[in-house]
Design a protein around this ligand. Structure first.
Ligand code: FAD
Length: 441
Protein backbone atom coordinates (compact mmCIF):
# COMPACT_ATOMS: atom_id res chain seq x y z
CA UNK A 1 0.00 0.00 0.00
CA UNK A 2 1.36 3.46 -0.77
CA UNK A 3 0.22 6.80 0.56
CA UNK A 4 -0.58 9.42 -2.10
CA UNK A 5 -1.34 12.04 0.51
CA UNK A 6 0.65 14.71 -1.29
CA UNK A 7 -2.01 14.74 -4.03
CA UNK A 8 -4.31 16.42 -1.53
CA UNK A 9 -1.68 18.94 -0.44
CA UNK A 10 -1.07 20.45 -3.87
CA UNK A 11 -2.39 24.02 -3.60
CA UNK A 12 -6.03 24.01 -4.81
CA UNK A 13 -6.21 25.18 -8.41
CA UNK A 14 -2.46 24.74 -9.02
CA UNK A 15 -2.97 22.57 -12.09
CA UNK A 16 0.64 22.53 -13.31
CA UNK A 17 1.81 21.21 -9.90
CA UNK A 18 -0.96 18.60 -9.82
CA UNK A 19 -0.32 17.46 -13.39
CA UNK A 20 3.44 17.20 -12.74
CA UNK A 21 2.86 15.16 -9.59
CA UNK A 22 0.39 12.85 -11.33
CA UNK A 23 2.86 12.31 -14.17
CA UNK A 24 5.47 11.22 -11.60
CA UNK A 25 3.09 8.94 -9.74
CA UNK A 26 1.48 7.44 -12.87
CA UNK A 27 4.13 7.65 -15.64
CA UNK A 28 2.24 5.17 -17.85
CA UNK A 29 -0.64 7.63 -18.13
CA UNK A 30 1.36 10.33 -19.94
CA UNK A 31 1.67 8.53 -23.28
CA UNK A 32 3.28 11.34 -25.20
CA UNK A 33 0.82 14.08 -24.31
CA UNK A 34 2.75 17.24 -23.31
CA UNK A 35 2.00 18.20 -19.70
CA UNK A 36 1.13 21.77 -20.63
CA UNK A 37 -1.52 20.44 -23.04
CA UNK A 38 -3.04 18.43 -20.18
CA UNK A 39 -3.09 21.61 -18.07
CA UNK A 40 -5.18 23.26 -20.80
CA UNK A 41 -7.98 20.64 -20.76
CA UNK A 42 -11.10 22.79 -20.40
CA UNK A 43 -13.18 20.55 -18.11
CA UNK A 44 -12.23 20.76 -14.42
CA UNK A 45 -13.02 18.18 -11.80
CA UNK A 46 -14.82 18.90 -8.53
CA UNK A 47 -18.23 19.79 -7.21
CA UNK A 48 -17.76 23.52 -7.60
CA UNK A 49 -17.19 23.29 -11.36
CA UNK A 50 -20.10 20.83 -11.61
CA UNK A 51 -22.51 23.22 -9.92
CA UNK A 52 -21.44 26.07 -12.21
CA UNK A 53 -22.18 23.89 -15.22
CA UNK A 54 -25.47 22.68 -13.73
CA UNK A 55 -26.59 26.27 -13.25
CA UNK A 56 -26.20 26.83 -17.00
CA UNK A 57 -28.39 23.99 -18.31
CA UNK A 58 -31.34 24.89 -20.53
CA UNK A 59 -33.77 21.96 -20.94
CA UNK A 60 -35.90 23.77 -23.54
CA UNK A 61 -33.00 24.59 -25.87
CA UNK A 62 -31.65 21.10 -25.16
CA UNK A 63 -34.78 19.44 -26.53
CA UNK A 64 -34.53 21.13 -29.91
CA UNK A 65 -30.76 21.34 -30.42
CA UNK A 66 -29.17 18.35 -28.66
CA UNK A 67 -28.45 16.46 -31.88
CA UNK A 68 -26.38 19.36 -33.24
CA UNK A 69 -22.72 19.29 -32.37
CA UNK A 70 -22.88 22.95 -31.35
CA UNK A 71 -26.26 22.45 -29.60
CA UNK A 72 -27.26 23.16 -25.99
CA UNK A 73 -26.09 19.88 -24.50
CA UNK A 74 -25.21 19.99 -20.82
CA UNK A 75 -21.62 18.64 -20.94
CA UNK A 76 -22.29 17.32 -17.42
CA UNK A 77 -21.21 13.75 -18.16
CA UNK A 78 -17.79 13.73 -16.40
CA UNK A 79 -19.36 14.85 -13.08
CA UNK A 80 -22.41 12.62 -13.42
CA UNK A 81 -20.22 9.62 -14.23
CA UNK A 82 -18.21 10.13 -11.03
CA UNK A 83 -21.21 10.77 -8.79
CA UNK A 84 -20.27 14.39 -8.22
CA UNK A 85 -23.81 15.10 -9.41
CA UNK A 86 -26.60 12.55 -9.01
CA UNK A 87 -29.15 11.87 -11.74
CA UNK A 88 -31.89 13.02 -9.34
CA UNK A 89 -30.10 16.31 -8.74
CA UNK A 90 -29.72 17.00 -12.47
CA UNK A 91 -33.36 16.03 -13.08
CA UNK A 92 -34.46 18.40 -10.28
CA UNK A 93 -32.41 21.24 -11.79
CA UNK A 94 -33.91 20.58 -15.23
CA UNK A 95 -37.47 20.60 -13.84
CA UNK A 96 -36.77 23.78 -11.90
CA UNK A 97 -35.80 25.49 -15.15
CA UNK A 98 -38.75 24.18 -17.14
CA UNK A 99 -42.05 26.10 -17.40
CA UNK A 100 -43.93 22.78 -17.43
CA UNK A 101 -42.45 19.32 -16.67
CA UNK A 102 -42.86 18.36 -20.36
CA UNK A 103 -40.15 20.91 -21.23
CA UNK A 104 -37.66 18.72 -19.40
CA UNK A 105 -38.84 15.40 -20.88
CA UNK A 106 -36.07 15.09 -23.45
CA UNK A 107 -33.23 15.83 -21.05
CA UNK A 108 -34.67 13.55 -18.37
CA UNK A 109 -35.03 10.70 -20.87
CA UNK A 110 -31.35 11.10 -21.82
CA UNK A 111 -30.44 10.89 -18.13
CA UNK A 112 -32.57 7.76 -18.30
CA UNK A 113 -30.13 6.16 -20.73
CA UNK A 114 -27.41 6.38 -18.14
CA UNK A 115 -29.70 4.90 -15.51
CA UNK A 116 -30.66 2.12 -17.92
CA UNK A 117 -27.08 1.19 -18.88
CA UNK A 118 -26.21 0.94 -15.19
CA UNK A 119 -29.16 -1.34 -14.50
CA UNK A 120 -27.95 -3.55 -17.35
CA UNK A 121 -24.43 -3.54 -15.90
CA UNK A 122 -25.79 -4.47 -12.47
CA UNK A 123 -27.66 -7.38 -14.11
CA UNK A 124 -24.86 -8.66 -16.35
CA UNK A 125 -21.65 -7.60 -14.55
CA UNK A 126 -18.45 -8.29 -16.49
CA UNK A 127 -20.47 -9.85 -19.35
CA UNK A 128 -21.13 -6.34 -20.75
CA UNK A 129 -17.63 -6.62 -22.27
CA UNK A 130 -18.86 -9.46 -24.53
CA UNK A 131 -21.51 -9.41 -27.28
CA UNK A 132 -24.89 -9.37 -25.54
CA UNK A 133 -26.69 -10.59 -28.69
CA UNK A 134 -25.41 -12.03 -31.96
CA UNK A 135 -24.76 -9.10 -34.35
CA UNK A 136 -28.00 -7.79 -35.93
CA UNK A 137 -26.28 -7.79 -39.33
CA UNK A 138 -23.34 -9.78 -40.64
CA UNK A 139 -20.52 -7.55 -41.88
CA UNK A 140 -18.95 -8.33 -45.23
CA UNK A 141 -15.20 -8.96 -45.21
CA UNK A 142 -12.91 -11.02 -43.03
CA UNK A 143 -12.22 -11.20 -39.33
CA UNK A 144 -12.62 -7.95 -37.37
CA UNK A 145 -9.45 -6.15 -36.26
CA UNK A 146 -8.57 -6.70 -32.61
CA UNK A 147 -6.66 -3.46 -32.22
CA UNK A 148 -7.07 0.17 -33.19
CA UNK A 149 -5.49 0.97 -36.58
CA UNK A 150 -2.38 3.19 -36.38
CA UNK A 151 -3.67 5.77 -38.88
CA UNK A 152 -6.74 6.31 -36.70
CA UNK A 153 -4.72 6.73 -33.51
CA UNK A 154 -2.46 9.19 -35.33
CA UNK A 155 -5.50 11.16 -36.59
CA UNK A 156 -4.21 10.58 -40.12
CA UNK A 157 -7.01 8.75 -41.92
CA UNK A 158 -7.49 11.55 -44.47
CA UNK A 159 -11.16 11.98 -43.50
CA UNK A 160 -11.45 15.47 -42.04
CA UNK A 161 -14.30 14.50 -39.67
CA UNK A 162 -12.72 11.35 -38.24
CA UNK A 163 -9.33 12.98 -37.78
CA UNK A 164 -10.97 15.93 -36.01
CA UNK A 165 -12.91 13.61 -33.66
CA UNK A 166 -9.73 11.70 -32.82
CA UNK A 167 -7.81 14.89 -32.08
CA UNK A 168 -10.63 16.21 -29.91
CA UNK A 169 -10.89 12.96 -27.96
CA UNK A 170 -7.14 12.84 -27.36
CA UNK A 171 -6.82 16.50 -26.42
CA UNK A 172 -10.02 17.32 -24.54
CA UNK A 173 -11.35 13.95 -23.31
CA UNK A 174 -14.91 14.78 -24.38
CA UNK A 175 -16.99 14.31 -27.54
CA UNK A 176 -20.59 15.14 -28.38
CA UNK A 177 -22.89 12.11 -28.44
CA UNK A 178 -23.25 12.28 -32.23
CA UNK A 179 -19.48 12.44 -32.68
CA UNK A 180 -19.12 9.34 -30.48
CA UNK A 181 -21.76 7.53 -32.52
CA UNK A 182 -20.21 8.50 -35.87
CA UNK A 183 -16.70 7.58 -34.77
CA UNK A 184 -17.80 4.26 -33.28
CA UNK A 185 -19.90 3.39 -36.32
CA UNK A 186 -17.15 4.21 -38.78
CA UNK A 187 -14.62 2.16 -36.82
CA UNK A 188 -16.81 -0.90 -36.38
CA UNK A 189 -18.74 -1.03 -39.67
CA UNK A 190 -16.46 0.73 -42.16
CA UNK A 191 -13.00 -0.13 -40.82
CA UNK A 192 -14.00 -3.48 -39.35
CA UNK A 193 -12.55 -2.87 -35.87
CA UNK A 194 -13.92 -5.10 -33.12
CA UNK A 195 -16.12 -2.88 -30.92
CA UNK A 196 -14.17 -3.85 -27.80
CA UNK A 197 -10.97 -2.31 -29.22
CA UNK A 198 -12.77 0.99 -29.83
CA UNK A 199 -14.46 0.89 -26.44
CA UNK A 200 -11.12 0.30 -24.67
CA UNK A 201 -9.61 3.24 -26.55
CA UNK A 202 -12.50 5.50 -25.44
CA UNK A 203 -12.00 4.33 -21.85
CA UNK A 204 -8.42 5.60 -21.92
CA UNK A 205 -9.39 9.10 -22.97
CA UNK A 206 -12.96 10.08 -22.03
CA UNK A 207 -13.24 12.14 -18.86
CA UNK A 208 -16.65 10.50 -18.40
CA UNK A 209 -15.32 7.00 -19.21
CA UNK A 210 -17.72 4.52 -17.68
CA UNK A 211 -17.89 0.85 -18.67
CA UNK A 212 -21.70 0.81 -18.49
CA UNK A 213 -22.42 3.80 -20.75
CA UNK A 214 -19.38 3.21 -22.92
CA UNK A 215 -19.38 -0.53 -23.60
CA UNK A 216 -23.14 -0.69 -23.95
CA UNK A 217 -23.24 2.30 -26.31
CA UNK A 218 -20.56 0.63 -28.44
CA UNK A 219 -22.68 -2.52 -28.48
CA UNK A 220 -25.72 -0.44 -29.45
CA UNK A 221 -23.78 1.01 -32.40
CA UNK A 222 -22.32 -2.40 -33.33
CA UNK A 223 -25.76 -4.06 -33.30
CA UNK A 224 -24.85 -6.54 -30.58
CA UNK A 225 -27.28 -4.89 -28.16
CA UNK A 226 -29.82 -3.25 -30.49
CA UNK A 227 -32.29 -4.10 -33.23
CA UNK A 228 -29.96 -2.91 -36.01
CA UNK A 229 -26.45 -1.54 -36.45
CA UNK A 230 -26.11 2.26 -36.35
CA UNK A 231 -24.75 3.63 -39.62
CA UNK A 232 -22.78 6.84 -40.11
CA UNK A 233 -23.60 8.68 -43.31
CA UNK A 234 -22.26 11.97 -44.62
CA UNK A 235 -25.61 13.65 -45.04
CA UNK A 236 -26.30 13.20 -41.33
CA UNK A 237 -22.87 14.62 -40.51
CA UNK A 238 -23.49 17.67 -42.72
CA UNK A 239 -26.88 18.29 -41.10
CA UNK A 240 -25.62 18.23 -37.54
CA UNK A 241 -22.26 19.96 -38.03
CA UNK A 242 -23.40 22.61 -40.52
CA UNK A 243 -21.05 21.02 -43.04
CA UNK A 244 -17.99 22.19 -41.12
CA UNK A 245 -15.95 19.02 -41.70
CA UNK A 246 -17.03 18.17 -45.24
CA UNK A 247 -16.36 21.63 -46.69
CA UNK A 248 -12.62 21.23 -46.03
CA UNK A 249 -12.32 17.48 -46.55
CA UNK A 250 -9.89 16.22 -49.21
CA UNK A 251 -12.21 13.27 -50.00
CA UNK A 252 -15.48 15.19 -50.02
CA UNK A 253 -18.09 13.47 -52.16
CA UNK A 254 -16.12 10.21 -52.49
CA UNK A 255 -15.56 9.17 -48.87
CA UNK A 256 -16.65 5.83 -47.45
CA UNK A 257 -19.68 7.26 -45.63
CA UNK A 258 -21.13 8.75 -48.81
CA UNK A 259 -24.53 7.28 -49.70
CA UNK A 260 -28.01 6.63 -48.36
CA UNK A 261 -28.55 4.31 -45.42
CA UNK A 262 -29.76 1.58 -47.79
CA UNK A 263 -26.68 1.96 -49.99
CA UNK A 264 -24.33 1.90 -47.02
CA UNK A 265 -26.15 -1.03 -45.52
CA UNK A 266 -25.83 -3.17 -48.65
CA UNK A 267 -22.19 -2.05 -49.04
CA UNK A 268 -21.16 -3.16 -45.53
CA UNK A 269 -23.52 -6.00 -44.62
CA UNK A 270 -24.54 -9.35 -46.05
CA UNK A 271 -28.22 -9.43 -47.09
CA UNK A 272 -30.61 -10.98 -44.56
CA UNK A 273 -30.59 -8.76 -41.50
CA UNK A 274 -31.82 -9.56 -38.04
CA UNK A 275 -33.74 -12.76 -38.79
CA UNK A 276 -33.40 -15.56 -36.30
CA UNK A 277 -32.46 -13.62 -33.18
CA UNK A 278 -34.76 -14.44 -30.28
CA UNK A 279 -36.18 -11.41 -28.41
CA UNK A 280 -33.68 -10.35 -25.76
CA UNK A 281 -34.79 -10.54 -22.13
CA UNK A 282 -32.57 -9.40 -19.27
CA UNK A 283 -34.03 -9.79 -15.77
CA UNK A 284 -32.96 -6.93 -13.47
CA UNK A 285 -30.60 -7.67 -10.57
CA UNK A 286 -31.93 -7.41 -7.03
CA UNK A 287 -30.68 -4.39 -5.03
CA UNK A 288 -27.05 -4.85 -4.04
CA UNK A 289 -26.24 -5.89 -0.49
CA UNK A 290 -22.52 -6.46 -0.02
CA UNK A 291 -21.87 -10.00 1.23
CA UNK A 292 -24.16 -11.35 3.89
CA UNK A 293 -26.52 -9.16 5.91
CA UNK A 294 -24.60 -8.07 9.02
CA UNK A 295 -24.96 -5.43 11.70
CA UNK A 296 -24.75 -1.87 10.41
CA UNK A 297 -21.39 -0.34 11.39
CA UNK A 298 -21.62 2.66 13.70
CA UNK A 299 -18.17 4.11 12.97
CA UNK A 300 -17.49 3.07 9.36
CA UNK A 301 -14.61 3.97 7.14
CA UNK A 302 -16.16 5.70 4.11
CA UNK A 303 -14.87 4.19 0.87
CA UNK A 304 -15.11 6.66 -2.00
CA UNK A 305 -15.10 4.86 -5.34
CA UNK A 306 -14.94 6.16 -8.90
CA UNK A 307 -18.74 6.32 -8.81
CA UNK A 308 -18.79 8.62 -5.78
CA UNK A 309 -16.07 11.27 -5.94
CA UNK A 310 -17.67 13.96 -3.80
CA UNK A 311 -18.37 14.81 -0.17
CA UNK A 312 -22.03 14.96 -1.24
CA UNK A 313 -22.11 11.34 -2.46
CA UNK A 314 -24.40 9.20 -0.30
CA UNK A 315 -21.92 7.27 1.90
CA UNK A 316 -19.93 10.43 2.68
CA UNK A 317 -23.11 12.42 3.30
CA UNK A 318 -24.61 9.86 5.70
CA UNK A 319 -21.32 9.63 7.65
CA UNK A 320 -19.95 13.19 7.47
CA UNK A 321 -17.59 12.86 10.44
CA UNK A 322 -16.07 9.50 9.56
CA UNK A 323 -12.69 9.08 7.86
CA UNK A 324 -12.75 8.71 4.06
CA UNK A 325 -10.44 6.85 1.73
CA UNK A 326 -10.03 6.72 -2.03
CA UNK A 327 -7.87 3.92 -3.40
CA UNK A 328 -6.13 3.94 -6.78
CA UNK A 329 -6.41 0.28 -7.73
CA UNK A 330 -3.45 -1.04 -9.80
CA UNK A 331 -5.80 -3.51 -11.48
CA UNK A 332 -8.02 -0.65 -12.64
CA UNK A 333 -4.97 1.32 -13.84
CA UNK A 334 -3.77 -1.70 -15.82
CA UNK A 335 -7.19 -2.51 -17.29
CA UNK A 336 -8.60 0.88 -18.25
CA UNK A 337 -5.20 2.54 -18.84
CA UNK A 338 -6.55 6.03 -17.99
CA UNK A 339 -4.61 8.86 -19.62
CA UNK A 340 -3.26 11.73 -17.55
CA UNK A 341 -6.23 14.01 -18.33
CA UNK A 342 -8.61 11.42 -16.84
CA UNK A 343 -6.46 11.15 -13.72
CA UNK A 344 -6.38 14.95 -13.53
CA UNK A 345 -10.19 15.16 -13.56
CA UNK A 346 -10.43 12.49 -10.86
CA UNK A 347 -7.76 14.15 -8.73
CA UNK A 348 -9.45 17.54 -8.99
CA UNK A 349 -12.62 15.91 -7.66
CA UNK A 350 -10.65 14.27 -4.83
CA UNK A 351 -8.89 17.55 -3.98
CA UNK A 352 -12.22 19.13 -2.97
CA UNK A 353 -13.14 16.41 -0.47
CA UNK A 354 -12.19 17.44 3.07
CA UNK A 355 -10.26 14.98 5.23
CA UNK A 356 -9.69 12.44 2.45
CA UNK A 357 -6.89 9.87 2.47
CA UNK A 358 -5.67 8.82 -0.98
CA UNK A 359 -3.95 5.45 -1.26
CA UNK A 360 -2.74 3.07 -3.93
CA UNK A 361 -3.05 -0.71 -3.61
CA UNK A 362 -5.52 -3.57 -3.62
CA UNK A 363 -8.70 -1.87 -2.28
CA UNK A 364 -9.86 -4.75 -0.08
CA UNK A 365 -6.47 -4.98 1.63
CA UNK A 366 -5.99 -1.19 1.94
CA UNK A 367 -9.47 -0.70 3.37
CA UNK A 368 -9.06 -3.51 5.90
CA UNK A 369 -5.74 -2.02 7.06
CA UNK A 370 -7.02 1.55 7.23
CA UNK A 371 -10.22 0.51 9.03
CA UNK A 372 -8.10 -1.23 11.68
CA UNK A 373 -5.67 1.70 11.99
CA UNK A 374 -8.50 4.26 12.26
CA UNK A 375 -10.53 2.10 14.66
CA UNK A 376 -13.48 1.86 12.31
CA UNK A 377 -15.99 -0.95 12.81
CA UNK A 378 -16.95 -1.40 9.15
CA UNK A 379 -17.06 0.14 5.69
CA UNK A 380 -19.65 2.45 4.13
CA UNK A 381 -19.81 2.57 0.35
CA UNK A 382 -22.17 4.25 -2.10
CA UNK A 383 -24.30 1.93 -4.23
CA UNK A 384 -22.69 1.06 -7.54
CA UNK A 385 -23.19 -1.49 -10.33
CA UNK A 386 -19.39 -1.74 -10.78
CA UNK A 387 -18.53 -5.46 -10.59
CA UNK A 388 -15.00 -4.76 -9.31
CA UNK A 389 -16.22 -2.68 -6.37
CA UNK A 390 -18.89 -5.26 -5.62
CA UNK A 391 -16.33 -8.06 -5.68
CA UNK A 392 -13.98 -6.16 -3.33
CA UNK A 393 -16.84 -5.29 -0.98
CA UNK A 394 -18.02 -8.89 -0.93
CA UNK A 395 -14.47 -10.01 -0.06
CA UNK A 396 -14.26 -7.44 2.74
CA UNK A 397 -17.65 -8.35 4.12
CA UNK A 398 -16.33 -11.68 5.38
CA UNK A 399 -14.37 -9.78 8.03
CA UNK A 400 -15.99 -6.34 8.27
CA UNK A 401 -19.63 -5.21 8.14
CA UNK A 402 -20.39 -3.22 4.98
CA UNK A 403 -23.19 -0.75 4.56
CA UNK A 404 -24.33 0.27 1.07
CA UNK A 405 -25.85 3.75 0.88
CA UNK A 406 -28.38 4.31 -1.94
CA UNK A 407 -28.51 7.24 -4.37
CA UNK A 408 -31.39 9.71 -4.14
CA UNK A 409 -34.32 8.28 -6.08
CA UNK A 410 -34.19 8.95 -9.84
CA UNK A 411 -37.07 6.67 -10.88
CA UNK A 412 -39.23 3.86 -9.51
CA UNK A 413 -38.09 0.50 -10.83
CA UNK A 414 -40.42 -1.81 -8.90
CA UNK A 415 -42.40 -2.75 -12.04
CA UNK A 416 -39.36 -3.51 -14.21
CA UNK A 417 -39.06 -7.19 -15.19
CA UNK A 418 -36.94 -6.89 -18.32
CA UNK A 419 -33.96 -4.77 -19.37
CA UNK A 420 -33.72 -6.11 -22.93
CA UNK A 421 -34.42 -2.72 -24.56
CA UNK A 422 -34.35 0.89 -23.32
CA UNK A 423 -37.84 1.59 -24.74
CA UNK A 424 -39.36 -1.19 -22.60
CA UNK A 425 -37.48 0.04 -19.53
CA UNK A 426 -38.45 3.67 -20.04
CA UNK A 427 -42.11 2.82 -20.58
CA UNK A 428 -42.10 1.45 -17.01
CA UNK A 429 -40.01 4.10 -15.23
CA UNK A 430 -40.09 7.26 -17.39
CA UNK A 431 -43.12 8.90 -15.74
CA UNK A 432 -41.63 8.47 -12.26
CA UNK A 433 -38.36 10.08 -13.41
CA UNK A 434 -40.29 13.30 -14.09
CA UNK A 435 -41.31 13.65 -10.44
CA UNK A 436 -39.00 16.05 -8.59
CA UNK A 437 -37.33 14.84 -5.39
CA UNK A 438 -39.39 17.30 -3.32
CA UNK A 439 -42.65 15.59 -4.47
CA UNK A 440 -41.50 11.98 -4.19
CA UNK A 441 -40.71 11.95 -0.47
C1 FAD B 1 -19.78 5.02 -28.48
C2 FAD B 1 -20.29 5.81 -27.29
C3 FAD B 1 -19.58 5.79 -26.10
C4 FAD B 1 -20.06 6.50 -24.99
N1 FAD B 1 -19.35 6.46 -23.81
C5 FAD B 1 -19.83 7.11 -22.72
C6 FAD B 1 -19.12 7.06 -21.48
O1 FAD B 1 -18.09 6.38 -21.33
N2 FAD B 1 -19.63 7.75 -20.42
C7 FAD B 1 -20.79 8.49 -20.53
O2 FAD B 1 -21.19 9.11 -19.55
N3 FAD B 1 -21.49 8.52 -21.68
C8 FAD B 1 -21.05 7.85 -22.78
N4 FAD B 1 -21.76 7.90 -23.95
C9 FAD B 1 -23.10 8.52 -23.94
C10 FAD B 1 -23.19 9.99 -24.37
O3 FAD B 1 -22.54 10.18 -25.58
C11 FAD B 1 -22.61 10.95 -23.33
O4 FAD B 1 -23.12 10.67 -22.05
C12 FAD B 1 -23.00 12.39 -23.66
O5 FAD B 1 -22.64 12.70 -24.99
C13 FAD B 1 -22.30 13.34 -22.70
O6 FAD B 1 -22.52 14.67 -23.08
P1 FAD B 1 -23.49 15.60 -22.25
O7 FAD B 1 -23.13 15.55 -20.81
O8 FAD B 1 -23.49 16.95 -22.89
O9 FAD B 1 -24.87 14.89 -22.48
P2 FAD B 1 -26.35 15.47 -22.48
O10 FAD B 1 -26.92 15.17 -23.81
O11 FAD B 1 -26.39 16.86 -22.00
O12 FAD B 1 -27.11 14.52 -21.47
C14 FAD B 1 -27.12 14.76 -20.04
C15 FAD B 1 -26.57 13.53 -19.34
O13 FAD B 1 -27.38 12.38 -19.63
C16 FAD B 1 -26.56 11.23 -19.74
N5 FAD B 1 -26.65 10.74 -21.12
C17 FAD B 1 -27.07 11.39 -22.22
N6 FAD B 1 -27.07 10.58 -23.29
C18 FAD B 1 -26.62 9.39 -22.87
C19 FAD B 1 -26.40 8.14 -23.50
N7 FAD B 1 -26.67 7.94 -24.78
N8 FAD B 1 -25.91 7.13 -22.75
C20 FAD B 1 -25.66 7.30 -21.44
N9 FAD B 1 -25.87 8.46 -20.78
C21 FAD B 1 -26.34 9.49 -21.49
C22 FAD B 1 -25.14 11.66 -19.41
O14 FAD B 1 -24.90 11.45 -18.05
C23 FAD B 1 -25.17 13.14 -19.76
O15 FAD B 1 -24.21 13.89 -19.08
C24 FAD B 1 -21.29 7.22 -25.09
C25 FAD B 1 -21.99 7.22 -26.31
C26 FAD B 1 -21.49 6.53 -27.39
C27 FAD B 1 -22.26 6.56 -28.68
Amino acid sequence: MSDLHDLTTVRPGDRPALVARLAELFPDSVRGQPLDAVCRVAIRGGRQAALERLAAIDPVAYATTRNHVGGSVTKLSPWIRHGVLSLAEVRDAALARARVPEDATKLVSELGWRDYWRQVQAALGLAIARDIEPPAARRRGGQPLDRMPDDVLAGATGLACIDAFVRQLHESGWLHNHERMWLASWLVHTRGVRWQAGADWFMEHLLDADPASNHLSWQWVAGTFSAKPYLFNRENLETFTAGSHCSACPVRGRCDVEGTYDELSSRWFEPGGEGGRPPLRIPPAPPWRAGRETARPRRPLVWLTLDALAATSPAALVHPDQPRVFVFDPEWLATERPTLKRLLFISECLAEIPGLEIRRGDPARVLAERAAALECDGIAVTDTPCPHVRRQADALSTTLPITVEPWPLFCRRDGVRDLGRFSRYWSKVGASALVPTSDSR
